[in-house]
Structures are given as structure tokens and as C-alpha cells.
Design a protein around this ligand. Structure first.
Ligand code: GDP
Ligand code: MG
Length: 451
């Protein structure tokens, strides 16, 4: 999908005149690509109508007309998945209670643990409460997950009243001043009214700051009906869409959910505890269009660094000073290699070849390895540079192309000059981002405010 849209946008920006035909061609391709990913048909039609209404010939004839239209299209796509409401954000120094609801098998228990790990990494003391007394083995599953992630938990093998367990667990952890208490509830296949009643009772007992509906992406556009049914019975403030790994229907689920005007806060992208991605409409669309997701990537880098305080300090210092060399990029790449779910992370790196995300884990690993080989073939001064060392310049100081060094590195690493150029471009983007990161309004402080 990404490749297709990317191609269409490229074609569009290359076309010499922006006339109706060019815009039509872009829209057609865009709509086809979106529909392939099962985005709600109605929404695509609306999008198409809106973009067409907005562009006028005068606008297109302006020098920047092309950019305006491209931006316009991107904005419309963002609007497609953006319900325009802000979710609750856990606050430090207070007890935040989160509660997960959803049908059986949606991924609640898994997602609760992922969330606990996510907030723990950001400095919150997190814990889990198992209020699922419906499914046999529910407590064991949560216990196993929690133990693996080293998260304190509460549950019972003998108590059969979910409201009692939820109350006791939340009360206990409240007293112990945990920052984030996550309550996992049961789901049902049938007897939906019973499920909804149970949800309301637990909610009344523990008074969550945010109720999160967990929804399986594979149901596609049925997501709209399901989330509406839940919302009618027990209001919730946020949604997490799970199982987006390997499901072409993700786009459908996401756009359907946007129609319920509830913000999606995270996406589940695998069975492992790290497979949780923050959802924000703009980066999601950028990624879909092959434009990378710098913010997501930075968050991953931060997460990885969290495990090692020295490394974290080092990265923070580099970013603050706006210094980021090829060596730093290499370190991030090898961290990424150790993280699992490579295709997901690789898709966040801007300038990655299109279609790689679809290629899966092996392809992503092979690609990242080649990138590391490239840095392995560099000399010390090259690694410590910002990458300009690999370019030739004319008298006016403008780069005229890659130099001997770049060819040597390509040869030494068994890669191509094109790939070396690609890596240099990525390192440059990272460096640019590092520069922006410094200062009061920089990325680092923005991240801190966000938590
Ligand atoms: P619950 O019944 O809602 O608590 O669902 P579970 O958390 O027990 O998850 C049901 C199944 O879905 C389990 O096998 C999970 O490993 C799996 N699962 C949950 N989230 C994801 C995800 O994001 N991706 C994939 N591939 N599997 C998931
Ligand atoms: Mg469960």
C-alpha cells in the first residue's frame, strides 16, 4: 500500500503541469490504494469530493501549487483517521486508573501488560489487576505476562465476583501509591448485555480515569459497529487497535474507529510486550506514505536507552547539543537489531526503500545488517563525522556528488554506492532532528511534557 501511494505522490510531484488530469490521476490512485486497505468506502468518497472541491485553478497555478495540493491530500488523509479529540494522559505524582474493555480474544490481557511496560519505561510505577473471573486461566495468563515483565499484579483464584476483585486490587495499589493501575476485565462471545453490565459495575467501583476499548483489527469495518455498541453501553475515552501486524484490514478498522470520534491511542503490532506503537494520525499517515516516522523512531530510541541509564544520558546529551554523528546512527541501528520486530521499526526510518515493511522480518533484518556493514567499512574519522566527508564540493561549496571515500565504503561493505548514499541521507536526517531536539522547544522537552 505504502509503495503504491508513494509512487502516485512521486508521479504527481514530477508532473510538469498541475491540471485536473494530474490531480485526478493522483486521487484515483490514492482512492484505489486506500480501498485496497479496506478503508471505509464512504470516507474515501468524501475525501475525494473534498479534495476536488478545494483545489482551484488559481491555486494550482501558483508556484507552490503542487506543494499545496500534496499537503492538502496529506491533510485529508490525516483527517480520515483523526477523530479530533484528545485522550486522557496519565499524570505523574497522582494515581491514574486505566481499565481495558472489549470482547474475548480482542487482546485485552496482552495489551494491559504492554501498557504497563510502556508506562514503566517512562518512569511510572505501574501495576496490573485481573478482574476477569469469566475465563478459566485468565488470572494465570495475566500473572505469567506480569511476571515476565516484572510488573506487580493482583488477582484471585477463588473470588468469583469481578467487581470485588477490581475494587480490592485498585484499593490495595492506591494505598501503595502506584502511579498507573491497569485493570484487565473479561470479555464474552455472547450475552453481551451481561458483559456491558459487568463493565459498568466495575467502572462504578474503581472509577477509572480512562476506559480503553481494545479492538481486533481483523474485523475490518465491523469495528465501527462494535465500538458504537460498546460506546452506547459504557462510554470509553480511548481505543487501542490490536493485531495490526499482518492484517491488510488495518486501515478499515482505524478509519471506522475514527468515525466514532474516540481517539486511538496505541496500535498492537504483535504478540510481544514491545509490540505497542503510539498512534498519532500525522505520523501514521506519513509512515503509510513512506515518509518515515521520526517521532516514533525517537521514542523507540529513548525506550531502548531507558534500560541503560548511561546510554540514556549519552543520547540525551547528544541530542541536546545537536550533535549526532554516523557513529551515533550506527549505535542506534545495532540497538534496533537487538529489539525484535525489525520490520516495524525499519518502517519508521525515513528514506527506507518502499515495500520493505511488507517484506517482513527477514528482509528488514537483512536490510538493517547491510546498513551496519556500511558503517563497519568506515574509518574512525568518517564514523565521527556528520557525513559531509563523503561528498565532493565545487568552489562555491555546493556538493557535486559522492567522492572516493563513498565508493571505497560501498566496495568494502559489499553494498552499492546508492545504499551508502541512502545511509548518509538517513544519518543526515537524524542529525537534523538532533539539532531540532536541542533547546526549550526542542524534541526532548516536548517528549517530557507529553508523558
Ligand atoms: P483478551 O481475551 O482480550 O484478553 O485477549 P488476549 O490478550 O488473551 O489475546 C488473545 C490472543 O491474541 C493471544 O494469543 C495474544 O497473543 C494475541 N494478540 C494480542 N494482541 C496481539 C497483537 O497486537 N498482534 C498479534 N499478532 N497477536 C496479538
Ligand atoms: Mg483476557
Amino acid at each position: 500500500l505504502g509503495a503504491r501511494l508513494h509512487g502516485a505522490l512521486n508521479q504527481f510531484s514530477k508532473s510538469s503541469s498541475i491540471d485536473d488530469a494530474a490531480i485526478d490521476a493522483l486521487l484515483k490512485e490514492l482512492c484505489a490504494a486506500l480501498l485496497e486497505s479496506d478503508v471505509n468506502v464512504k470516507l474515501v468518497a468524501q475525501l475525494r469530493a473534498k479534495v476536488k472541491a478545494k483545489k482551484s485553478l488559481e491555486e494550482a497555478e501558483k508556484a507552490s501549487g503542487r506543494e499545496v495540493n500534496k499537503k492538502n491530500v496529506v491533510q485529508k488523509l490525516v483527517a480520515l483517521v483523526d477523530p479530533g479529540t484528545e485522550p486522557y494522559k496519565p499524570v505523574k505524582g497522582k494515581v491514574n486508573v486505566l481499565m481495558a474493555v472489549g470482547i474475548q480474544g480482542a487482546g485485552k490481557t496482552t495489551t494491559c501488560t504492554k501498557l504497563a511496560v510502556h508506562y514503566q519505561r517512562r518512569g511510572f510505577r505501574t501495576c496490573l489487576v485481573c478482574a476477569d473471573t469469566f475465563r478459566a486461566g485468565a488470572f494465570d495468563q495475566l500473572k505469567q505476562n506480569a511476571t515476565k515483565a516484572k510488573i506487580p499484579f493482583y488477582g484471585s483464584y477463588t473470588e468469583t465476583d469481578p467487581v470485588a476483585i477490581a475494587s480490592l486490587g485498585v484499593e490495595k495499589f492506591r494505598k501503595e501509591r502506584f502511579d498507573v493501575i491497569i485493570v484487565d476485565t473479561s470479555g464474552r462471545h455472547k450475552q453481551e448485555s451481561e458483559l456491558f453490565e459487568e463493565m459498568v459495575s466495575i467502572s462504578n467501583a474503581v472509577k477509572p480515569d480512562m476506559t480503553i476499548m481494545v479492538l481486533d483489527a481483523s474485523i475490518g469495518q465491523a469495528a465501527e459497529g462494535q465500538s458504537r455498541a460498546f460506546k452506547d453501553s459504557a462510554d470509553f475515552g480511548a481505543i487501542i487497535v490490536t493485531k495490526l501486524d499482518g492484517h491488510a484490514k488495518g486501515g478499515g478498522a482505524i478509519s471506522a474507529v475514527a468515525a466514532t470520534k474516540t481517539p486511538i491511542i496505541f496500535l498492537g503490532t504483535g504478540e510481544h510486550l514491545n509490540d505497542l506503537e503510539k498512534f498519532t494520525p500525522q505520523p501514521f499517515i506519513s509512515k503509510l506514505l513512506g515518509m518515515g516516522d521520526i517521532q516514533g523512531l525517537m521514542e523507540h530510541m529513548q525506550d531502548m536507552a531507558m534500560a541503560d541509564p548511561d546510554r540514556q544520558k549519552n543520547l540525551a546529551k547528544k541530542l541536546e547539543q545537536g550533535k549526532f554523528s554516523i557513529r551515533d546512527w550506527r549505535e542506534q541501528l545495532s540497538n534496533i537489531m537487538g529489539m525484535g520486530s525489525l520490520s516495524k521499526i525499519a518502517s519508521m526510518i525515513p528514506g527506507m526503500p518502499q515495500g520493505m515493511m511488507e517484506g517482513g522480518e527477514d528482509e528488514a533484518a537483512a536490510k538493517l545488517k547491510r546498513m551496519i556493514f556500511i558503517t563497519d567499512a568506515m574509518r574512525t574519522d568518517e564514523l565521527d563525522s556528520d557525513g559531509l566527508i563523503f561528498f565532493s564540493f565545487d568552489k562555491a561549496g555546493n556538493p557535486t556528488g559522492l567522492n572516493k571515500r563513498a565508493r571505497r565504503v560501498a566496495q568494502g561493505s559489499g553494498t552499492s554506492v546508492r545504499e551508502v548514499e541512502e545511509l548518509l541521507a538517513q544519518a543526515r536526517m537524524m542529525a537534523g532532528m538532533a539539532r531540532q531536539a536541542g533547546g526549550k522547544n526542542g524534541w526532548m522537552s516536548a517528549m517530557q511534557k507529553m508523558q
